[in-house]
Each structure stands twice: as structure tokens, then as C-alpha cells.
Design a protein around this ligand. Structure first.
Ligand SMILES: [Mg+2]
Length: 318
């Protein structure tokens, strides 16, 4: 499998997991014999991605303009997204972005909101973190620093920041041809500051029973669901199906496992019927339809196409 295929698979996989989870969001866990396996319409047409991917694309635009990441530029792009009236905004995110959109510096805005609720540790920064992994696919220290920074702009809780680093480090090792088990072990060796409760959840994830996974909006639950999906299945399709059918925060867990499984198995392993169905529109860019090929092209831009080709031999040699 070409490395380009893994880079594309990460971006397309995240959006597909989001879209497949969209109709299952806030719903119950589906019975094992009646798992949803097709894109279905709900509040949005079948195949449509949601805020998770919209915010990832805002982060991607910011990285294409400034790499390493400029947090002020990112905050402004998130504020533009917020002002453009997106269909969903998480509660915590809305509180931070309302302040930034009103003119506060991002650090003051997020500091005030987090001070009001110091335990807030939602999954809003890991749902969108994958563009950092693609932009820094060949520079692990920069990947870790920008993964933490992109979380800190809206989600500074230590579990959110460490989770963003862990998910993107896992993507990094997957892009460098590690198996899912190897990639997570290497990511845990790299991100050494996981808070104990999060570390315990990560270590226990592959042994959890489906019926135990709550898949709430808590970052720890999303990491747990996504790693469980990646580690207990053997294809992109099964990983994503298993996770979105947990219900509850299905689209966000779907986006996270989709990015991981897309990096693990590559674009070619993503079912064609899902690739054909994928669609979305950015609320700050109305009228432009985003499809699978646009996400793949963006992944190439983030990674620098020429660079991927130039390093093909290094990749092959490990
Ligand atoms: Mg969503």
C-alpha cells in the first residue's frame, strides 16, 4: 500500500466516520444483529459530515497558511466558523468561541471558560485533530507540539491535550507502517504524560465489552471507543461500523476511529459506496461541495505531495 493511500485514508476516513455516525448521534447502542452499515439520512442528507469535520477543515486551512500552527490564526478561523452559523456547536466550544468572536484573545477566552468549569474535558479537540498529524507526518516533535496546541486553543484540560497528542502520535506510527497494536504501543511510549485515568482507559480499551462502552462526549470515553474499534477489528469498515453503532456521541467517535483506521488501512480499503456518498459544505464557504476527492487532495496538500513522493523510499525502508 502506498503511503499516499494512508494519508488520504486518514482524511477521508475521518469524514466518513463522522457522516456514518451522524444519524446515530444521541441514539441508543444498536443491537449487534442490527448494526447500521450504510450511510443514512437524518437531520442531514445521507453521507453528510458534521461539525467534527468542519472544524478539522478549519484547522487544515490554518495549517496550510501557518505551519507550525499559529494559535491566533486558528482561533480566528474557529470564530469565523462559529459566526457562520454551523448546524452544531458543542456547549463548551460555543462558550469559548462566543468570547473569541466577540474580540477576546483566545487564551483569555478559553482561560475564563475553563476556570468556570475546571473539570470540563470534552471530545471537541480530538474530533478535529487529524490534520496536524498529516501536516507533520514526518516530524514527530512538531506533530506532538501542534497537537497539544490545537487542543489548548479550546480544550486545555490535561486529558484533552494529552489525548490529542496520543491520537495523532498513533496516526503518525500508522502512517509509518506500524500495525494498530504497534502504533498504540509506540504512541504510549512517546506521549509519557497521560493522566493516570486516561492511561488506564487506553490500556483497558481492547479488552472492553461492547456493552460497557458509554461513548459519551467525555474525551476519555471517545478515546476508549476509538481504540477499542481499531484494536478489535481487522478492516476499516468493521472498525467504523462497530464504533458508530455504540450510539450516543457516534459521529465524533466515528470521526476519531475513521482517522485512525483510514491511516491503518489506506484509502483503497474504504468501501466505495461510502466514498461515493460522502458530502459536506463548510458553513463559511457555502455553495462549495466537499467530496471524497477534495478531502484526499487536502490531505496531499497538508503533507506536501512532493515530499511524500520524495520520501517513498525512506518509508519503504522503514
Ligand atoms: Mg458532530
Amino acid at each position: 500500500m502506498g503511503n499516499g493511500s494512508r494519508l488520504w485514508g486518514c482524511a477521508v476516513g475521518a469524514a466518513i466516520g463522522d457522516a456514518l455516525g451522524m444519524p446515530l448521534e444521541f441514539g441508543p447502542r444498536q443491537p449487534p444483529e442490527r448494526l447500521v452499515r450504510e450511510m443514512q439520512p437524518a437531520r442531514l442528507p445521507a453521507g453528510t459530515f458534521t461539525d467534527d469535520t468542519e472544524m478539522a477543515l478549519a484547522l487544515a486551512e490554518s495549517l496550510l497558511a501557518h505551519c507550525p500552527l499559529d494559535p491566533a490564526d486558528l482561533a480566528e478561523r474557529f470564530a469565523t466558523w462559529y459566526r457562520s452559523g454551523p448546524a452544531d456547536v458543542g456547549i463548551h466550544l460555543g462558550q469559548v468561541l462566543r468570547r473569541i468572536a466577540g474580540g477576546e484573545a483566545w487564551s483569555a477566552a478559553v482561560g475564563a471558560v475553563q476556570a468556570h468549569d475546571p473539570e470540563a474535558a470534552g471530545n471537541g479537540s480530538i474530533m478535529r485533530c487529524w490534520p496536524v498529524a498529516l501536516a507533520h507526518w514526518n516530524d514527530l516533535p512538531a506533530l506532538l507540539a501542534d497537537s497539544r496546541l490545537q487542543s489548548s486553543v479550546t480544550h486545555p484540560h490535561p486529558e484533552c491535550v494529552a489525548s490529542s497528542a496520543l491520537i495523532n502520535a498513533t496516526i503518525y506510527f500508522l502512517l509509518h507502517n506500524a500495525t494498530p497494536q504497534e502504533a498504540i504501543a509506540q504512541a504510549l511510549d512517546t506521549v509519557r504524560d497521560l493522566p493516570p485515568g486516561l492511561l488506564q482507559a487506553v490500556t483497558a480499551a481492547p479488552g472492553r465489552l461492547r456493552s460497557e462502552l458509554k461513548n459519551s462526549g467525555w474525551v476519555r470515553h471517545t478515546v476508549e471507543s476509538a481504540l477499542w474499534g481499531l484494536l478489535t477489528t481487522h478492516s476499516f469498515e468493521e472498525a467504523v461500523i462497530q464504533v458508530v453503532n455504540l450510539g450516543n456521541d457516534a459521529d465524533t467517535a466515528g470521526a476519531v476511529v475513521g482517522a485512525l483506521a483510514g491511516a491503518a488501512y489506506g484509502l483503497d480499503a474504504i468501501p466505495q459506496r461510502w466514498r461515493d456518498a460522502l458530502r459536506g459544505e463548510l458553513p463559511w464557504q457555502r455553495g462549495r461541495a466537499w467530496r471524497t476527492e477534495d478531502l484526499a487532495e487536502l490531505a496531499g496538500q497538508l503533507a506536501g505531495h512532493a515530499t511524500v513522493e520524495d520520501h517513498a523510499e525512506d518509508w519503504a525502508n522503514g
